[in-house]
Ligand binder design. Structure first.
Ligand code: ZN
Length: 552
């Protein structure tokens, strides 16, 4: 706020974490200009809806409850065009609240004070008019005493607008002194310590003398702190502040949040962005260099005992079918039981007969259990939709289903089936993004157990290239908003698709695989007592197909 009211500064950039008073700061700036330094003000929010919510939930209560502002802006109940949700007039100025996606809102009257909130959620272009930040900045060009304030929590590294603006600034950070040794330092997550799995033991550790700071001591430290530039001044004053500087942050709560967040990359990213106010570098871009062949397993005619469910995934190409059979155990540890290419024309029946025989096959575990394929998913999104529908229609009872892959980060793994298709069959939408992300994270698991992926000896290098190295995650802009998506880096990627569909089949079964594994472990030995009959006909000791274990 000092920088914003400093007449020698025009551009201010704030990278802020949660609960550090970012919104309060914007409100104070607006209040100051209504009361002391009347000017035309523009407040830009990512969308018009957010601008309206800011006006109703934050601005209106301030104008109503602050004596110095109470009579400056007309009563909203007067239904006057001079006081609407998105436009309020006061003596000597006005404030307009707009969405960053509306070029019309961004480009009209001249503005002296431009406040851009949550800029990392702005589109890269407002309609076809270009960068909303540049559009807003143009509005203030004629004022010698213009102000441009940009505030945001950051998003992904390389795609973060606030990060690039901060990097062009003098990069001020808030340095606080240690009560014990006097060393000034910035507050960093790396210096937060706790006993394993005990967030209540959390404390802050002085990076110079190692003294322990509890919450009150940390709070006292930032009362004596000061902003220090860490780069040369080039006309932009930049500020970075994370959630550790918030007097409302209780360190043990922050550690608790962190322990929950770190279980998955997606939630950890939110923690890094919103609490630490740092950009997130995507670890999930590629699987990375893993020598799968060096860790291949050997299993012979029988399959490992840990497997309790078998599924299949089938990809349909113009001249062939490709399929993978996957065995699943406790915590979704997986074994690739076979990968096969069936050459032929998908519009002719013999290719589908071959597939049908493979899907009837049974696997015998080392301790003599028989495992049929409990569910299979076939991609129907290609050129042979009708052929796939024809194949699955009489086989839904065997849980052989048609699926359609759908892109997008926020999709569920598998959606409820619809029958709204030309075949009137159960069609499942499969969220390829979350499943691929999950598969990639599991391919990176290095030790046997939860999530680990086993492969049999003899898989080709091409197979592993297709599975782990044919796609990567990139951040793209769709309607201007950053969207992470998978893009192909090789032409052939069927091995990955097959694994996605085999996993979708496991999801469709929606079973608690650990409970299934418990039942198998507790079941009597098949030699002493026959296995109870299961509802799935495939589990009733189907006759051995000639395909079992004859290919990999
Ligand atoms: Zn110290």
């Amino acid at each position: 706020m000092d920088a914003i009211s400093d007449p020698t500064l025009r551009d201010i950039v704030v990278v802020a974490g949660a609960q550090v008073g970012k919104t309060e700061m914007l409100l104070n700036v607006i209040g100051f200009h209504i009361h002391h330094d009347a000017a035309p003000i523009l407040l830009v929010q990512p969308t018009l809806e957010m601008a309206q919510a800011f006006s109703k939930d934050r601005l209106a209560p301030m104008l109503r409850d602050t004596p110095a502002l109470k009579y400056k802006v007309k009563d909203p109940r007067s239904r006057d065009a001079n006081n609407t949700t998105t436009h309020k007039v006061f003596t000597g100025g006005h404030i307009s609240l707009v969405g960053s996606n509306s070029a019309a809102g961004l480009a009209s009257r001249p503005i002296r004070v431009v406040l851009c909130d949550e800029v990392d959620r702005y589109p890269s272009s407002a309609g076809s008019e270009g960068s909303p930040i540049l559009l807003a900045r143009k509005r203030s060009a004629t004022f010698h005493n213009r102000k441009m304030v940009m505030v945001s929590t950051p998003t992904n590294k390389g795609a973060s607008m606030i990060e690039s603006q901060y990097q062009e600034s003098d990069q001020r950070q808030f340095f606080v002194p240690c009560e014990d040794c006097g060393t000034v330092q910035t507050l960093k997550w790396a210096n937060v310590q706790w006993e394993k799995d005990k967030p209540d033991t959390a404390f802050y550790n002085c990076e110079a003398c190692g003294s322990v700071w509890d919450d009150p001591k940390r709070n006292r430290s930032f009362r004596k702190g000061e902003w220090v530039a860490t780069a040369d001044f080039t006309g932009i004053a930049g500020f970075h502040i994370n959630g550790l500087y918030s007097p409302w942050t209780v360190l043990s709560d922050a550690v608790r949040d962190f322990l929950v967040a770190k279980k998955a990359p997606d939630t950890l990213r939110v923690f890094v962005n919103t609490f630490l106010a740092e950009t997130w570098e995507d670890q999930g871009e590629t699987v990375g260099d893993i020598d799968f062949q060096s860790r291949e397993d050997e299993w012979g005619e029988t399959v490992p005992d840990e497997i309790v469910v078998v599924t299949a995934g089938i990809d349909v190409q113009d001249d062939r079918l490709e399929l993978e059979i996957v065995g699943w155990g406790r915590d979704e540890e997986s074994w690739s039981l076979g990968y096969k290419t069936l050459h032929g024309d998908p519009s002719t029946p013999h290719l589908w007969n071959d597939l049908d025989n493979i899907l009837k096959a049974a696997y015998t575990t080392e301790n003599g259990r028989q495992l049929g394929i409990r569910a299979a998913c076939i991609d129907s999104g290609g050129h042979y939709t009708q052929a796939v529908y024809n194949f699955v229609r009489p086989r839904e009872g065997r849980r052989i289903f048609a699926i359609k892959g759908m892109g997008g980060e926020q999709r569920p793994l598998v959606s409820r089936p619809t029958k709204n298709n030309i075949g009137k069959i159960k069609l499942f939408a499969v969220g390829t993004f979350p499943i691929k992300e999950l598969i990639f994270s599991r391919l990176r698991v290095q030790s046997e157990g939860a999530g680990y992926c086993h492969f049999p000896a003899g898989r080709s290098d091409e197979y592993y290239q297709q599975l782990a190295n044919s796609e990567k995650i990139v951040t793209k802009y769709q309607k201007g908003f950053p969207r992470r998506d998978f893009v192909k880096t090789r032409t052939r990627n069927e091995a990955l698709d097959c694994r996605v569909y085999a996993y979708a089949a496991l999801c469709i079964l929606s079973l608690n695989i650990n409970a299934v594994a418990d039942r198998v472990v507790n079941a009597p030995e098949p030699e002493t007592q026959p296995q109870p009959q299961q509802s799935n006909p495939l589990a009733r000791r189907p006759k051995q197909g000639g395909f079992v274990n004859s290919w990999r």
